[in-house]
Design a protein around this ligand. Structure first.
Ligand SMILES: O=C(O)c1cc(C(=O)O)c2c(n1)C(=O)C(=O)c1cc(C(=O)O)[nH]c1-2
Length: 239
């Protein structure tokens, strides 16, 4: 049971309050429901992938902003993994192409060319505005708030698993290797969440701060929701 007495919530209760916000996750947006129930046309899927590219390339820029505001070496040591996950790396002969490249491959598996993904020609202005709001938040706010804003990832493994479960059946025309991005993210997101929760549950330790954390998570949920609103307006939502 969640109580509301004005005192700080326990870590367990605070985490439950954060998780409760998942009801506003974009997994429930009509545009996403359409994508994951097999009702989207190839054009709508391509539109989504091409627009989400704006988010994909923003994530490591956002993470660099978090690091630039963070004086704690231990936190930075953990956080840098996120940039490697998305940008890829080649260290000591070990190479990983990274999530941005995996996303481009997803786009190519849906029939887009590399060029039309990376030059951003399909990106809707309102999607870019929403993405920029997230980057600007991370540039301007204390790093602990930015860490909290990443916690929409609490709900991300479910949406990736949903795609992996439904896309091959509904969209057999998408080459299967294209879905590798989603496979990678299921584990990466779980690890990110562990780190993000550790910081958030520790730092937001009075009720006013905990309420602030809920507001921050709401802001980030809104970023994702607004992106979907913009795509629904541009590409339509089929009944
Ligand atoms: O496909 C999705 O619905 C989705 C959502 C989110 C999210 O909840 O912010 C992320 C991702 N994917 C993702 O792949 C990812 O790497 C990621 C990083 C972050 C972040 O805020 O740092 N969110 C997300």
């Amino acid at each position: 049971m969640l109580s509301d007495t004005g005192a700080a919530w326990s870590r367990t209760e605070f985490e439950a309050r954060l998780r409760e916000q998942g009801k506003a996750y974009h997994i429930h947006h009509p545009f996403n429901v359409m994508l994951n129930t097999g009702k989207a046309t190839p054009e709508q899927i391509r539109g989504w992938v091409a627009n989400r590219f704006a988010y994909q390339i923003a994530i490591p820029v956002k993470d660099a902003a978090v690091m630039s505001n963070c004086p704690d070496r231990e936190v930075r040591r953990g956080w840098i993994q996120r940039m490697l996950d998305h940008d890829g790396y080649e260290i000591g002969g070990v190479k990983d192409e990274g999530g941005i490249e995996a996303w481009i491959r997803l786009g190519m598996a849906t029939g887009l060319t590399r060029e039309e993904i990376t030059d951003g020609r399909h990106i809707i202005p309102a999607v870019q505005f929403a993405v920029d709001a997230y980057i600007n938040f991370a540039r301007q706010r204390p790093w602990q708030e930015s860490v909290c804003s990443s916690l929409t990832e609490l709900f991300a493994p479910e949406i990736h698993k949903q795609r992996l479960a439904t896309w091959p059946e509904h969209y057999p025309w998408i080459e299967a290797e294209g879905l590798q991005y989603f496979r990678n993210r299921v584990t990466q997101a779980r690890r990110d969440v562990e780190q993000g929760l550790e910081v958030t549950l520790g730092y937001f330790n009075t009720q006013p701060l905990q309420l602030r954390a809920l507001d921050i998570l709401k802001f980030k949920l809104d970023v994702l929701w607004a992106m979907n609103d913009a795509m629904a307006t541009r590409y339509g939502v089929n009944p």
